[in-house]
Design a protein around this ligand. Structure first.
Ligand code: 26V
Length: 791
């Protein structure tokens, strides 16, 4: 390993050890590790070919992968080797790990789920490709200026990405615009614009290096690098213009996951990566098959939300226009390959495109969508429409073109059946199924929490890493005093390490024995960070009123970004920071209450915070959080949840036991009912003196003394509509927090509850989720006898 690293340093980086920077060392190590994945990767590809296996194609606009170095090293079981080699070379392993930029090619849950799925597919040995976009700029970097969010472009590709292989030979033309000709029964699309999609492959090797799949991300390039005619005419700017235009397609990740803004560039991005992926998988299929009618036996295409929903019409277009299959046959054939996952019920996030816009950019696809619509209406008169009020509704399109549609938690799936797709569900009663989300235990326990990982492995071996339900054996340890002491110590160590980091980055001193209460996720009104903050102010008031009470010391930690145009979310961020300023400097509550909000929350920060948490905030308005996956990461790492009956919280609570979960709030049915009552928010505020007082303080400028009107908008919103029922759930939430306070006072009992969480979370491994998809949707199998292992 040492020689390999030095060789890489010399011959790939052109540096000698005496002059190498941390970056050079990191690249040398990463390339060395990457070399060790290649055999497994090639062999897996060969095996999948030899067995003529069905392949899974996971199409996702986002892959929120974060850093890769630790995952890669641990899956290859090279931790000791790499650490040893670096120590011998006088280098610090941890410093090198922290040098890797966090690949933020996603907004949040949906993108992180795709990354966990890639890890599980490889670990289970299921032949699969992840297809997405190689954004030059991932999710913006967040900082705070006077408490307000400031966005700066993210620049992960300013450095070479160590893990990818550029594939200049894997390149497909992607067309836009123009018009369509119908002649002698033959249809021809004459596009007006063309770009090239070039593949960049990252190997994804599963646990213990047994199987490798590919994450293939597409980058947009101009068809011709340079317009020589313009150049020769002396028009030097025009010579580069089409080049620049082409490259904008993969330039930047859209940071708005709240509202569908119908931007042309986003539609182009969606079609760009979908069309490239379909061409790629068709090419692969036709290499060793000739009958396209067998396509569904060999190809499963999973649509991660509606973002790649144009795959339906695109696949039909390829089958009909390029391979001469009848439309009537092509539609069911495409459907048999396609499946769609729904990740949100929020109406403002459901994608739709103006018919005129879609028709201008993809004229042939609009024709095909009309034919799909007619076919659906003929077969199921009165079916909900794809085309409505001049819009193409991507949810309906995805549903109609999929043989299976899934929700991401039990509750969410029922709501999908009852709300957004109620009418389509009546027509196709077996199409909607549930696949509750999961998380990869490799990243979210094994790598991010070495203390707990070693404790578990010492107790039971490492079989749990690929078979997480083995953790139930830990339940027997609750009466083992030595184990419980070590369990508590590992949490204490993580909290001390986090306190150090927060001291350094935020300049705030924390007491590692206080309860660490954490809410990290995108800032959305439905996630109710505001309710958490109001409760914090209420607690502060109570602490000041009763200074002699035996208060449980708390640290409130927030993390998350707001979409740049989501003004209410940005006001909430500013309010958190303003309140923190006042409370953190109040001598009356010193040592009892602190608020910290480290900027630029990302995957790497989650890996730091989650293992150091005591209390996990999962407090969305019931019915709004499709699943949540952060909730699973916390519980697995021994945090207790304070939460509503929403998303996967419902199933988490069933697994960990209601006695180990702080439940509060209205149910989804009660939420719908309450909204019918006119003036429900005002009534709730009037019934709660505690809440009234907090809102009064905010409204009168207690936290913005030089700009007292700053939060009138926020307070007014709560009084006037409060769509997400912050006011209605406030008292119930406050009570649940006091139950948590009391429970925390008994450290042994708290630890026992925490252990029950860790021990009960095995079912939430994304390995279990992927087995469900493979069985119920894809009919895909590992070519290896490994199937026995994963059966
Ligand atoms: C939505 C949109 C709307 C149109 C414009 C661009 C854009 C980009 C991303 C999204 C994603 C919204 C859906 C989403 O992330 N859902 C989350 O999915 C998680 C994985 O299933 C789940 O755990 C979360 O509860 C759910 O909010």
């Amino acid at each position: 390993m040492k020689d390999d690293i030095l060789n890489r340093l010399q011959f790939s980086l052109g540096k000698d050890a005496d002059h190498a920077s941390v970056y050079d060392w990191r690249m040398a190590v990463s390339l060395t590790v990457r070399d060790q994945m290649v055999d497994t990767w090639f062999n897996s590809t060969k095996e999948a070919y030899a067995a003529s296996s069905k392949r899974v194609y996971y199409l996702s606009m986002e892959f929120l992968i974060g850093r890769l170095i630790e995952d890669m090293i641990s899956n290859l079981q090279l931790e000791d080797t790499v650490r040893g080699a670096l120590t011998d070379l006088g280098q610090d392993f941890d410093e090198i790990v922290h040098d890797e930029p966090d690949a933020a090619l996603g907004n949040g849950g949906l993108g992180r789920l795709a990354a966990c799925f890639m890890d599980s597919l490889a670990t289970l040995g299921i032949p699969a490709f992840g297809y997405g976009i190689r954004y030059e700029h991932g999710l913006f970097e967040q900082s705070f200026a006077q408490g307000q969010q400031v966005e700066r472009p993210e620049t992960w590709l300013n450095q070479r990405h160590a893990w990818e292989f550029e594939r200049p030979e894997v390149q497909f033309p992607i067309c836009f615009g123009g018009h369509v000709d119908h002649h002698d029964g033959k249809t021809t699309w004459h596009p007006s614009e063309k770009v090239l999609a070039t593949a960049y492959d990252t190997p994804v090797i599963g646990w213990k290096n047994e199987w490798g799949n590919t994450l293939r991300l597409w980058s947009a390039e101009p068809v011709s690098q340079f317009d020589l005619d313009s150049f020769n005419r002396g028009d030097y700017l025009a010579a580069g213009r089409s080049e620049a235009l082409a490259r904008t397609i993969s330039r930047v990740l859209y940071p708005d996951d709240t509202t569908d803004s119908g931007k042309e560039l986003r539609l182009k991005q969606e079609y760009f990566f979908t069309a490239a992926s379909i061409q790629d998988l068709m090419r692969r299929y036709l290499q060793d098959h000739d009958d396209l009618r067998q396509l569904p036996e060999h190809v499963a295409i999973q649509l991660n939300d509606t973002h790649p929903a144009i795959a339906g019409p695109e696949l039909v277009r390829v089958l009909v226009d390029e391979h001469g299959i009848d439309m009537a046959e092509a539609i069911p054939l495409a459907r048999a390959c396609l499946a769609y996952t729904n990740h949100t019920l929020l109406p403002e996030a459901l994608e739709k495109w103006g018919e005129w816009l879609l028709g201008r950019i993809l004229p042939r696809h609009l024709e095909i969508i009309r034919i799909i619509e007619e076919t659906q209406q003929r077969e199921h008169p009165g079916s909900p429409r794809i085309l409505e009020h001049g819009d193409v509704r991507m949810g309906e399109l995805a549903f109609i073109m999929a043989h299976k549609v899934n929700g991401v938690s039990a509750l969410h799936t029922e709501l999908v059946k009852e709300t957004v797709f109620a009418d389509l569900h009546r027509i196709h009663p077996t199409r909607i199924i549930n696949q509750t989300n999961g998380i990869t235990p490799r990243r979210w326990l094994y790598n991010c929490n070495p203390g707990l990982r070693d404790l578990i492995t010492d107790a039971m071996g490492d079989g749990w890493v690929a078979d997480l339900e083995q953790l139930t054996a830990l339940k027997a340890k609750r009466d083992d005093a030595a184990f419980m002491q070590a369990f508590q110590a590992s949490k204490r160590d993580n909290k001390a390490a986090l306190s150090n980091w927060i001291g350094q980055t935020c300049g705030i001193a924390l007491d590692p024995d206080a309860m660490f209460d954490v809410q990290i996720k995108r800032i959305h009104e439905y996630k109710r960070q505001l309710m958490n903050l109001l409760e914090t102010v209420a607690l502060w008031n109570d602490m000041r009123d009763n200074p002699d009470h035996d208060w449980t010391p708390r640290v409130k930690i927030f993390g998350g970004k707001a979409a740049p145009g989501y003004y209410m979310a940005k006001d909430i961020i500013r309010l958190i920071n303003d309140v923190a300023e006042v409370i953190n400097n109040d001598p009356a509550t010193k040592g009892r209450l602190k608020i910290v909000y480290p900027p630029n929350y990302n995957v790497t920060m989650a890996e730091r915070l989650i293992p150091a948490s005591d209390l996990s905030e999962q407090i969305s308005t019931a019915g709004k959080e499709a699943s949540g996956t952060g909730n699973m990461k916390f519980a697995l790492n021994g945090a207790l949840t304070i939460g509503t009956l929403d998303g996967a919280n419902v199933e988490i609570r069933e697994h960990v036991g209601s006695e180990n979960f702080f439940l509060f709030g209205l149910t989804a049915a009660e939420v719908m009912e309450r909204r019918q009552h006119h003036g429900y928010a005002r009534a709730a505020i009037e019934a709660s003196p505690r809440l009234q007082r907090v809102l009064g303080q905010i409204a009168e400028g207690r936290f913005a003394p030089h700009d007292t009107g700053r939060y009138h908008g926020v307070v007014g919103m709560l009084y006037d509509h409060d769509y997400f029922l912050v006011t209605c759930d406030f008292d119930s939430y406050f009570d649940a927090q006091r139950r948590a306070d009391n429970a925390y006072q008994n450290a042994d009992n708290w630890a026992a509850m925490a252990l029950m969480n860790t021990a009960s979370m095995g079912w939430f491994s994304s390995d279990r989720t992927i087995k469900g998809y493979a069985r119920d949707i894809w009919n895909a199998h590992p070519p290896r006898a490994a199937m026995d292992r994963s059966a």
